[in-house]
Design a protein around this ligand. Structure first.
Ligand code: G3D
Length: 181
């Protein structure tokens, strides 16, 4: 067995999911040290996966844009079966697309890999600074989170541009991930 040295293998995988324009890229950038825009785009068929390693944490975060790629859903199962946690990002200021986000959310939580492995799910109602933003409580109702009994979940309002609300969400999910190790 070789030594792992300073580039030890990440042990934990996080999946960041949501529709386009919800703020996923802004959020993964905020997980990187300032000035480091070290996002790999992993070549896949039909949908884009952005991947980062969060320095010092042993966590790899992969980000999939769910918009318009539903025909590739079968290919997502690989990511679902490998992930230890999910961050589902919605644009809380885009009321019309919250219904579409709900369909995607239902697809995630009904996936056997997510359900049976009890993957913890953090929902971010992003763009809290935008007028008309739906609060965490309102988004929770739309997504029917209280009916979700198979997985631990949490929901926070966030502003990915300023970082407001992100820490609360990240500390919840990292607590969940630690509990699993
Ligand atoms: P995506 O990766 O989910 O597609 P992005 O989304 O991270 O690219 O964000 C889409 C747009 O929303 C970007 O604006 C980004 O700056 C903006 N955005 C992300 N989070 C917030 C937020 O919390 N508040 C506000 N006001 N804007 C946000 P552009 O103009 O670059 O398209």
């Amino acid at each position: 067995m070789g030594g792992s040295g300073s580039t030890s293998k990440p042990k934990t995988s996080l999946l960041i999911l949501g529709l386009d324009n919800s703020g996923k890229t802004t959020i993964i950038n905020s997980l990187l040290p300032q000035g480091q825009k070290d996002i790999d785009v992993v070549p896949t068929i039909g949908f884009a996966v952005q991947r980062i390693r969060i320095p010092g944490s042993g966590i790899t975060a992969s980000c999939i844009d769910m918009s318009g790629s539903s025909k590739y859903r079968d290919l997502w199962s690989k990511y679902f079966s490998e992930t230890d946690g999910i961050i589902f990002v919605v644009d809380g200021s885009d009321e019309l697309r919250l219904a579409v986000a709900k369909d995607e959310f239902d697809m995630i939580i009904s996936s056997p890999a997510i359900k049976t492995r009890k993957v913890p799910i953090l929902v971010l109602s992003n763009k809290k600074d935008v007028r008309g933003h739906k609060t965490a409580a309102e988004v929770s109702k739309i997504l029917e989170l209280t009916s979700l009994k198979t997985n631990n979940w949490n929901i926070c309002d966030s502003n990915a541009l300023s970082g407001d609300g992100l820490n609360e969400g990240f500390s919840w999910i990292s607590g969940q991930l630690k509990g699993k190790r």
